[in-house]
Design a protein around this ligand. Sequence first.
Ligand code: XMP
Length: 321
Amino acid sequence: MGIKEIKTGELNTKEFITEKAGEISSAVGKGLAINALSGGVDSSAVTMLGHKAIGSRLKTYFINNGLMREDEPRKIVSIFKKFGVSVEVVDARKQFFNALKGITDPEEKREAITQTFYKDVFGKLVKKSKAKYLLQGTILTDVDETVAGIKRQHNVFEQLGIDPKKAFGYKIIEPLVQLRKDGVRKVAEALGLPNSIFNRMPFPGPALSARVIGEATQEKIEIVRLATVITEEELSSTNAFQYMAILHQDRVTGIRSGRREFGMQIEIRCWDSIDARRAQPTRLPYETLEKLANRIVTEVEGVVSVTYNITSKPPSTMEAV
Ligand code: XMP
C-alpha cells in the first residue's frame, strides 16, 4: 500500500499537527476544501486540522441523517463553535428514511445508508461547493479493512460517483491515514478538543439504524433513541469500551396496570474490549442492570422486556446489525 504507519508510541503530536496542517494548506493553496463532520474522533480531528490549516476556506458540513443520538447535531455544532469553526447542518432526514423504507436485511440497510450519504447527500454537496479538495478522516485501520474486503465505505471516489481521472483537479486529502485510533485520540487531544470528543465511545456509521432489528422506521428510531439516552446515562460510569440499546422486532407478552400488553423488547449490550476485534460482555452489577431495566420499561412507552447480552465476540458481533 505504501502507507507508512506512525506507531502511537512514536507519535509526536505537535510535530504531526504542524506537518499535516502545512500539507493541507500547501495542497489547497487559495482554494476551497470541504469535509463532513460526524462528531466521531476521526472526523473531529480532521475538522480541527483543516481549520488550523486553511480557516474558513474549509467548509464543514454535519449531515443530519435522522439516525443520530438525542440532540447530537446541536451538541457537536456547539462544541466546534467554541473553536471558531462554523459547521453547517444539512437536514437529510427525509432522504435517509426514504432509503431505509422496507429494508430489513442488515447488509442492505448499511448499503442504503452508505449510498444515500455518498451519492445523494454529500456527493451533491461536494459538487455544488466547487471545492477542489475533500478532507477525509480515513485512518490506517480503515485502509486495512477496505483492502481486506471487510468494509467498503472508504472507497470514496467510487461512492461519490466521481471518476478521479475525469474530475478535473479533484483531490482527497487524508491527513490521518498513517495513524491508528489511539494515535488519532492523542492528536485530537493535542488539537485542544474536549475529552467528550477525543475519548468518544465508538458509534457505528449507520448510527441508530444499526440498533433496530428489521425495518428502521422513524417511530422505531425514536424508541431506540430514548432507550439509548437512558442506557448511556446509566452505564457511563462503568468506563466500558462501548454500551448500547437494541430494539428487537419480536414482541412479547407483558403486563401493565393489570392488563396484557404485547410489547417491545430492548436488548442491552455492554462490552469490554481493546480494539473491537474481540469483546467480552462487561460483568455489570445486578443493581446496575435492574435500575437500567426499570428505567427503560418505565420511561420508554411500549417496552415490556429488557435483556442483557452475555455472549462474547466472536461469535457475537458488537452491534446486532
Ligand atoms: P461489530 O458489530 O462489527 O463492531 O463487532 C465493531 C466496532 O465497530 C463499530 N461499527 C462501525 N463503525 N462504521 C463504523 O464506523 C460501521 O459501519 C460500523 N459498524 C460497526 C461498532 O460500533 C463497534 O465499535
